[in-house]
Design a protein around this ligand. Structure first.
Ligand code: BES
Ligand code: ZN
Ligand code: ZN
Length: 476
């Protein structure tokens, strides 16, 4: 989407649809809006379409109470306005910046809500494509020219989030480990500050990455371990993102029930988020040294599949009893985390659709963050509040760690009790970061079907905006 900023009156805003906010109990200065404006309501989410002549179509958007107004509400409204634009088949939209304490944040919210709210995945819709009508092509924020930087930044990370959604939505017969690797190579090709390294199955086995090898051995699809490196001339510690890239999770021999299994194409949402967040950070030229690592495989049952009770050796030499083959994410992340730390990461953040338990605990509103480092955990929580991609911290404790001990091996990939599934999974991961400041974000509840106005059903791209915001805050 083309996005720009223009200082212009509503009357002169040259767009197929012009949106202007109205607070509860507020009113427009005489003549600004024209006839019919008395009918417009300021109630949050109310939309009143007027035909004043100049502009041709004016949509009055209820902002709600002035005191309750925030950027999250504005993201929601921007998505609703994008929906109205679609109904009207408008290809250009202008949005008058509402009065806000932080005008840059408000401008970003309009851009984000519009771009995320206009998202469609129609790659596999042949003839039906045209039924959906034309796409919104341009968004103009009506406001001071100084907002141009914020608007461009928001365009970059919002489009990155939509690219992550494309990766998420792409079915598992089209999005394989090699396809994630190809995307990483494409990202690297776009900048001389980025390099990429990709291990195939043979290299993974030769390196002793026993978790990724074990999970992949049940199917014919070759796994990948992808490493992207960005030298952004950062002055702080090297940051690393790690993303779970299970392109389809059947559960393996511990087979999942059939109902809903198609959703497991989304089990690479962590990988999608870290790849596209990385791409956005590079595009924004943020001054940081950043690593991004993606272990990617399918998890399939077969005569060659890993079996419950099998013992494997992870990349850092620890042995693990695979007591449930459906707890595969932690096995591939264990190798990836140990590898990432060995590559010089000084702060590590992993994103993974790791446990169904997080959905029980937090639903789709908050992701869980679990960390061995208070500062990192609070920085992530702050970035969550700013971006609207919320996280809530859960604890670590030696008693949880106790639950992950193995009978014949160092560790088990399955807790000795069913309780605290999200935390025990994280406790397992902690065994592979060698004391490095680390945060694990379980996105199994937030990666799809979030049903917010700007994410809707399907892949949400969760994590892209959170990670970009975090890095913006870190380099600030
Ligand atoms: N990919 C799943 C987690 C998941 C479940 C994500 C539902 C989204 C929705 C993960 O690999 C898994 O199956 N985890 C198991 C772990 C258990 C066997 C300890 C789970 O959560 O049931
Ligand atoms: Zn699983
Ligand atoms: Zn999984």
């Amino acid at each position: 989407m083309k996005v720009d900023v223009r200082q212009s009156s509503l009357r002169d805003a040259d767009a197929a649809l012009v949106a202007v906010g109205l607070f509860e109990g507020g009113s427009f200065a005489d003549g600004v809006v024209g006839p019919g404006s008395d009918d417009a309501k300021g109630t949050f989410r109310s939309m009143t379409l007027l035909y004043p002549g100049e502009p041709r179509r004016l949509l009055v958007v209820g902002l709600g109470e002035r005191d309750d107004f925030d950027v999250e509400k504005l993201r929601v409204l921007a998505a609703l306005v994008a929906g109205e634009a679609k109904k009207l088949e408008a290809t250009s939209l202008a949005w008058a910046l509402p009065a806000a304490e932080d005008e840059e944040a408000a401008a970003e919210a309009i851009v984000t809500g519009t771009i995320l709210g206009s998202y469609r995945f129609d790659r596999f819709k042949g003839s039906g494509k045209d039924d959906e009508g034309p796409r919104l092509e341009t968004l103009t924020v009506l406001g001071p020219a100084e907002l141009a930087g914020a608007v461009e930044t928001a365009r970059i990370y919002s489009e990155a989030a939509n690219r992550a959604r494309d990766l998420q939505e792409t079915p598992a017969n089209f999005a394989k480990p090699e396809d994630l690797a190809r995307r990483a190579e494409e990202i690297a090709a776009g900048s001389d500050k980025v390099t990429v390294e990709v291990f195939d199955g043979d290299a993974i086995r030769a390196k002793g990455m026993g978790g990724l090898a074990a999970v992949s051995q049940g199917g014919p699809v070759d796994p990948r371990l992808i490493t992207l490196r960005y030298s952004g001339a950062g002055s702080g510690p090297t940051l690393a993102f790690v993303g779970k890239g299970v392109t389809f999770d059947t559960g393996g021999i511990s087979l999942k029930p059939g109902a809903g299994m198609q959703e497991m194409k989304f089990d690479m949402s962590g990988a999608a988020a870290v790849l596209e967040a990385f791409a956005a950070i590079v595009e924004l030229g943020l001054p940081i040294d950043l690593l991004t690592v993606v272990p990617s495989t399918e998890n399939m049952p077969s005569g060659t599949a890993v079996k419950p009770g099998d013992v494997i050796t992870q990349y850092n030499g620890k042995t693990v009893e695979v007591n449930n083959t459906d707890a595969e994410g932690r096995l591939i992340l264990a190798d990836a985390l140990a590898w990432t730390v060995e590559q010089g990461a000084e702060r590590v953040i992993d994103l993974a659709t790791l446990t169904g338990a997080v959905l029980v605990a937090l639903g789709s509103t908050y992701a869980a963050v679990i960390s061995n480092d208070d500062a990192l955990a609070s920085e992530i929580a702050a970035a969550g509040e700013e971006s609207g991609e919320l996280v809530w911290r859960l604890p670590l404790h030696p008693e949880y760690k106790e639950m992950m001990k193995g009978t014949v091996a160092d560790l088990s990939n399955l807790g000795s009790k069913r309780e605290a599934g999200t935390i025990t999974a994280a406790s397992f991961l902690e065994e592979f970061v060698d004391g490095t400041p680390w945060a694990h974000i379980d996105i199994a509840g937030t990666a799809w079907d979030v049903n917010r106005a700007y994410t809707g059903k399907g892949g949400s791209g969760y994590g892209v905006r959170l990670l970009v915001q975090l890095v913006r805050d870190l380099v600030d």
